[in-house]
Design a protein around this ligand. Sequence first.
Ligand code: GLU
Length: 384
Amino acid sequence: MSSKTRTVDILKSCQILVIKIGTALVTQSDGSGVRQGWLDALAEDVKALRERGMQVVIVTSGAVALGRKALHIDMNTPPTAIPLEKKQAASAVGQYHLFHAYHQSFAHQGLELAQVLLTMSETENWRMHLNARATLGALMVQGIIPVINENDTISTGEIRFGDNDRLAARVAQMIDADAVLLLSTTDGLYTDHPGHNPDATHIPLVEKITTEHVKMAGDAVPGLSTGGMKSKVEAAQAATSTGIHLIIADGLEKHVLRDVFEEFKTRTTAFLAQKSTQTAKKRWMSAHLRPKGAYILDKGASKALKSGKSLLPVGVMALEGHFQRGDVIEIKHFNGDRLGMGLSAYSSDDAQKIIGKASDEIPSILGYAGRSELIHRNDMVLQD
Ligand code: GLU
């Protein structure tokens, strides 16, 4: 695509847009509550987008920040330093205030909302993923705007998204959105950290994410926010690889949506969607964040997979992790490189007994006639 591609063109051609709202936009930095005037302006802008025929889904942060006061968590403590159980309790208090504030602003525009709380373990399980997708679809068909947050109260450390940037990309992929707009306090990706390096320059367009871009994003996380640029680039990787554009814009001022759409605000970073011809199930698989384990392949099996074959037990040298039948796991070359992802037809316990063996031995080893392949080729997605 040409370098003339502009954020506004991407957004204007969108039918379904996921908008992620960062904590610093929706809450006061001193912990005194919601920025209700900002939310009122957002609701007005969302209404205008809907009048153009666009479907909007909101992913919002802010619950933990709004629950700090009740839990006596100092405003200077960064979110990553709050003990998990306190953070979970704070989010339970804050989520109520957060949704109430959205409801107030959106009801004023005659817009109906639904509160949806998701956890990573749900979106990474195909059946639950389909269920959540159906629920979101049913809401959207009725013109109800889903307002989504991570279910922080029950998400434990290992199975959390932890930041809503990646959750927004996951939701977008779940509902087949055209683009994700990440609104936070940064206007996009820079060649280096702009606060530390005065020569850092802004990058308006990323046609394909490279390791250089990942490096540029660094690790720094500002103030009350959770993700920083690192999680935004990770979200962009997940979104663009499944055919969804992702745009970063600074949303601190009121009416950011209007400003982006009317081109009053032009400083943004757009990450362009890569072509994706994958089925919904394969897209879901490739966007998986926490595979439960891995099959390690020998040379012959790696080659067979690349030529379109299924994965047979005989070509697997070892396995990692603990997984159930139907879980998404990694497929790795014996040197550790990831070849792709797939749905295992066997649990790790059973797979352990049959790897390295011919498929016709499976019934006698396991005592039942399972599938002859560990991962069927329709259930796998290989990396480019
Ligand atoms: N779920 C968290 C909250 O509502 C936010 C995570 C994030 O900042 O991305 O506070």
